[in-house]
Ligand binder design. Structure first.
Ligand code: ADP
Ligand code: AMP
Length: 213
């Protein structure tokens, strides 16, 4: 199964992608997580990506595409994947379609987790991420059992630098300009499915599993 998660920053793509990956036994591939791991490890790619990420801008397509094509080549992608945060531009979507087509393959679904902008700033303000394993929480909507500590690995939870309100506003503008057009793109491909992302995490997941079977 090959899936793409669509939706605004903070819509819950990562939260749902992790649950999908666990249920269907496919890897969860988040370009944001890969960039953040590179920043943490002080790689050249991380250094380049950070300049854009800290400002709420997209990392240039050529950097992102090189990174993701490399990731697809790894063995765990043989049975599919759930993509979270990629593609984010029409050029990235076209490159993905072309690369799959070359192998006689295609995506199964693009799932749009629909959340209006009004809810996004609140979502991002309460987001906490594990510095160790990337687990995601929300102080009100999805709190960890022990405040500030990851349920999964005991790591420390922190606020993402790009989740500050001013950067979130910029990321929303970038989303509307560059990423939202993908909804029409995948609708035209006939694989778009939209779920209401404003309801409880488990209700969103139930709507997604209804689609995936
Ligand atoms: P994205 O990957 O789309 O940027 P996340 O999955 O990281 O979004 O979710 C953003 C924040 O909103 C996190 O703090 C997460 O715990 C919370 N969240 C995710 N889904 C829901 C939901 N259905 N209701 C309330 N909060 C949610
Ligand atoms: P995310 O973790 O998906 O919210 O991504 C965090 C940041 O990483 C984004 O705001 C971008 O700066 C960068 N990023 C992640 N994925 C992509 C992508 N597919 N294309 C360009 N930039 C990306």
């Amino acid at each position: 199964m090959k899936l793409v998660m669509l939706g605004a920053p903070g819509a819950g793509k990562g939260t749902q992608a992790k649950m999908i990956a666990a249920k269907y036994g496919i890897p969860h591939i988040s370009t944001g997580d890969i960039f953040r791991a590179n920043i943490k490890n002080g790689t050249e790619l991380g250094e380049k990506a950070k300049q854009y990420m800290d400002q709420g801008l997209l990392v240039p397509d050529e950097l992102t595409l090189a990174l993701i094509m490399n990731r697809f080549a790894q063995d765990d992608c043989a049975n599919g994947y759930v993509l979270d945060g990629f593609p984010r531009t029409i050029a990235q979507a076209e490159a993905l379609t072309a690369s799959l087509k070359e192998q006689g393959d295609a995506l199964d679904y693009a799932i749009d987790v629909d959340v209006p902008d009004e809810n996004i700033v609140e979502r991002m303000g309460g987001r906490r991420a594990c510095v160790n394993c990337g687990g995601t929480y929300h102080v009100l909507f999805n709190p960890p059992q022990k405040s500030g500590i990851c349920d999964l690995c005991g790591g420390e939870l922190s606020i993402r630098k790009d989740d500050l309100p001013e950067t979130v506003k910029k990321r929303l503008t970038v989303y509307h300009e560059q990423t939202q057009p993908l909804i029409d793109y995948y609708n035209a491909e006939g694989i778009l499915k939209t779920v209401d992302g404003t309801v409880d995490v488990n209700e969103v997941f139930a709507a997604i599993t209804e689609i995936l079977g």
